[in-house]
Design a protein. Structure first.
Length: 259
């Protein structure tokens, strides 16, 4: 595990945030939004750390942004991450399980390996990372876990061509509710955010496909869901304004799931 910045003590009021998959797309928007709010952010993913650090050089210099390289499916990395946050801050206020993959397509054309890899990243890893970070969350005055799901979890849309992806996100929604039920008595809130189609590297070079989905399925016509829209929803759920909201999946999809 490598870091782009050394430990430093941030402002007393700053929250401690951990974002998986923070190097691009929704993850990058989440990192930017929480830094803008004055929080201290731990971001990690498999991409080189300098991609994220280069976007926020002042935050790195202040010690407000810690950028780590590691795979969320790696148990050793998850443990090292929790130890790092513990050593630096002694607590974690908000864990955002954002890292995800899309593999396969065509249902029975998908391989067993597609299913294993997708479930490992999109479902098992969020559980395991929450488990690893639970002791740190218990030390927070207002702890919250937020899982980034997908509108594809809620209906077998023809535009969601990967069956294993849709199933993994449906499982994540149930995990969100089960964790909310189990951790609620300890004061830990757990919620999910389900974006619609968001332009991001996960989609690759599919601008035409995204435009077609927006035209056909978004009830709010011509409204494309951007990563920043998802970040605003996550920030709300992480705030005191949502202090009584737990076990909820908040759709940010311009009405995609209504059609």
């Amino acid at each position: 595990m490598t870091a782009a910045a050394t430990s430093a003590t941030g402002p007393a009021a700053a929250r401690v945030i951990c974002v998986s998959g923070g190097s691009s797309g929704i993850g990058a928007a989440l990192v930017a939004a929480f830094l803008a709010a004055g929080d201290r952010v731990y971001s990690f993913g498999r991409s080189p750390a300098d991609r994220t650090a280069a976007r926020h050089p002042q935050a790195v210099a202040r010690g407000d942004l810690q950028v780590l390289v590691g795979d969320v499916t790696d148990a050793a990395f998850r443990g090292a991450l929790a130890q790092r946050i513990d050593a630096d801050c002694g607590r974690l206020d908000c864990l955002i399980n954002n890292a995800g993959v899309i593999r396969g397509g065509g249902t029975l054309e998908e391989s067993v390996e597609d299913w294993r890899a997708t479930l490992e990243t999109n479902l098992i890893a969020p559980f395991a990372l929450t488990q690893a970070c639970a002791p740190l969350l218990r030390r927070s005055a207002a702890p919250v876990v937020i899982n980034i799901s997908s509108a594809c979890a809620q209906h077998p849309f023809a535009t969601c061509t990967s069956t294993c992806y849709s199933v993994s996100k449906a499982g994540l929604d149930m995990l969100t509710r089960r964790l909310a039920l189990g951790l609620g008595p300890e004061g830990i809130r757990v919620n999910g955010v389900a974006p619609g189609v968001v332009p991001s590297p996960m989609w690759g070079d599919e601008a035409g496909l995204i435009a077609g989905i927006v035209e056909r399925r978004h009830v709010l016509k011509q409204q494309t869901v951007e990563p920043q829209d998802v970040a605003r929803a996550v920030r709300f759920l992480a705030s005191d304004q949502a202090r009584l909201i737990t076990g909820t999946i908040l759709n940010v999809d311009a009405g995609y799931t209504l059609g």
